[in-house]
Design a protein around this ligand. Structure first.
Ligand code: GRF
Length: 202
């Protein structure tokens, strides 16, 4: 029984790559990546998808300026691929409640901090790591959580802490956190795919 995964991306796609590598290593459980949806036509994640033979579609603000239309297009793409599980992997747009509700309990996001620390609206990318350094926290990390109607507020599925080192820059901390992301996202997706498979095959 395959759990069909659509991955939403906007940027470099290193988290997508971690998922693809895990799938190739047989470490994604019943999960199979069947589609990549990019919010950015220039995302290097699209190159990674192409190199791996994964169908990809661009649904961006340029082609879909109206957010409601854009979200309807995303929902159509997810359904057209018979998606069982949605992964937001470096995806930078906020999804509409309609899309979130359609995949409640079956949509996950990766956040580059230890939620509930340093998260919420506007907390993404280097802003997160700058906030961690400014706060004086001794550690940061990565979080995989279910997506609900809030921003970074869904149930936490997996976290990994990393130390903040003396002399860390936002960039050096980001790199350490990103390595943790690449470890826990495939683990969390595999576990959720296993759980979903059990519900689909009672
Ligand atoms: C990562 O820091 C991730 O936490 C955030 O987007 C950044 C880039 O991810 N959501 P990727 O390389 O595009 O997967």
């Amino acid at each position: 029984m395959t759990i069909r995964i659509s991955v939403l991306v906007s940027g470099g796609g290193s988290n997508l790559q971690a998922l693809l590598d895990a799938q190739d290593a047989g470490a994604l459980g019943p999960g199979r990546i069947v589609q990549v949806v990019s919010g950015n036509k220039n995302a290097y994640a699209l190159v990674r998808a192409k190199e791996h033979g994964i169908p990809a579609i661009v649904i961006d603000k340029e082609n879909w300026p109206d957010p409601a239309d854009r979200n309807r297009a995303i929902l159509s793409a997810l359904r057209a691929a018979a998606t069982d599980l949605v992964v937001l992997a470096g995806y930078m747009n906020v999804l509409s409640p309609e899309v979130v509700q359609a995949y409640r309990g079956r949509m996950v996001n990766i956040h580059p901090a230890l939620i509930p620390r340093h998260c919420g609206m506007g907390m993404y990318g280097m802003r997160v790591h700058r906030a961690v350094l400014e706060s004086g926290d001794a550690e940061s990390g990565a979080t995989v959580h279910l997506v609900d109607e809030g921003v970074d507020t869904g149930r936490i599925l997996r976290q990994e802490a990393v130390p903040v080192m003396p002399g860390d820059s936002p960039e050096s901390l980001a790199a350490r956190v990103l390595a943790a992301e690449h470890r826990i996202l495939p683990q969390a997706v595999a576990a959720l795919a296993e759980a979903l498979e059990a519900t689909k095959n009672p």
